[in-house]
Design a protein around this ligand. Sequence first.
Ligand SMILES: CC(C)(COP(=O)(O)OP(=O)(O)OC[C@H]1O[C@@H](n2cnc3c(N)ncnc32)[C@H](O)[C@@H]1OP(=O)(O)O)[C@@H](O)C(=O)NCCC(=O)NCCS
Length: 327
Amino acid sequence: MPIHIVGTGAFVPERVMTNLEIQQFVDTTDEWIVSRTGIQERRIAGPDESCSVLGARAAELALADSGLSADQVTHVILGTFTPDGYIPSSAAYVRRILGIPHGMAMDVSAACSGFLFALETARAMVTLHPEAVILVVGSEVVTSRLNWQDRGTCVLFGDGAGAAVVTSQPRPGSGMIVDVILDGDSSQSELLVVHGGGSAAPLKFGEPTGEDFFVQMQGREIFKHAVRSMASIANQILVRNGLHPSDIDLVIPHQANIRIIESLAKKMDLPMEKVFVNIEKYGNTSAASIPIAMAEARHKGLIPPGSKVMLTSFGGGLNWAAALLQF
Ligand SMILES: CC(C)(COP(=O)(O)OP(=O)(O)OC[C@H]1O[C@@H](n2cnc3c(N)ncnc32)[C@H](O)[C@@H]1OP(=O)(O)O)[C@@H](O)C(=O)NCCC(=O)NCCS
């Protein structure tokens, strides 16, 4: 059954943190961050901007774009690794903020691949329930789990949210989800972790948090895996659909590092003009990066009707994914 993205939206906090600001409290420089990552600044959530609050703002915009209303939504599926809390899910809070009267809401935990894992879950739901109207959200307050003394991680991430409305009924300008591939390999799980506060490393009442409460990462190893796995899954989805890289009009990759994105483009033999990049403004917003980028690309008119678009992500788990869209 054809399943479509009928609306997209993105929302980022107002507060901008530049590299120059970071270099005042950690041993780094604007020059190092820009040359090694492409990031110039990132957004930082305010005290009232939790994962669900950012996600709900993006979802409102996606609904407005789709012409549908909150009371028509049947499911909310939200990818994040920085939820509001353990219970309820951030998806349940999005449902409450938007006044969605009832229906299923759940979070998906797949780190930076969270949006694509949620998108494929939505596709499965629409297949089972063709009348479904699903809000697929990627929302992160990564800075809530950043160790601002660790220069190897704190310079890389930022906060934000993106959303898409998924249904079986196309609308003008909507994009059909042609194919999705999700994959992963747990033998390298320890390369990117947030252990502290979980059931394997519980926080004890009154004890301070340790370094393990925050993102810990072996950056160089992650870099290699990111390029390899995104290039391989992109190739897999092209071959499975009888396409050549030159058939793709726009690639929207997870925004983790400009050098990862450039290496991916090189491996796919694609010019950078066909690759969407906004990492300079937001850094790595994890599960939010692809839906923010997709909403911005549509807003800028970079996805006219007839476009073939590829989304591809990589993240902790390790997980990686690709989706092929026909607008
Ligand atoms: C983290 C990352 C930017 C580091 O870049 P790199 O070119 O691999 O740098 P290295 O780790 O080899 O470190 C090079 C040097 O820079 C230093 N360095 C690391 N972070 C620094 C910072 N913010 N500022 C200044 N120097 C820094 C290192 O300590 C190292 O110094 P040394 O040579 O004296 O030991 C890069 O590996 C990366 O982006 N990896 C992927 C991370 C990622 O995307 N994670 C999320 C996946 S979804």
